[in-house]
Design a protein. Structure first.
Length: 89
């Protein structure tokens, strides 16, 4: 899919991006936001951005502050699962 975005020159200049890098940066932002919203997983981010390893993907997501929400309820469920496996109810 090809998407055309018209970006005023003054905005592009403020972003301090080379014209060749703007498309890739927009793709990065879409990938990070989609991951953050839970629409795609790390594997999809890796494929979208052609990263060579999952570690490169995780570094990118960390840099973009794209963390999946992890609530106290999620933590409690994980703790209960671990206790169940360990038999320490």
């Amino acid at each position: 899919m090809h998407i055309l975005i018209e970006l005023p020159d003054n905005v592009a200049n403020q972003l301090q991006l080379e014209p060749a890098n703007i498309s890739h940066r927009i793709l990065e932002l879409i990938a990070a936001d989609s991951y953050r919203q839970g629409n795609i997983g790390a594997a999809e981010v890796r494929r979208m951005l052609n990263f060579s390893s999952r570690w490169e993907t995780y570094e990118f997501l960390k840099r973009e502050k794209a963390y999946l929400p992890y609530t106290e309820n999620d933590l409690e469920q994980d703790v209960q699962s671990i206790r169940s496996v360990l038999g320490t109810q």
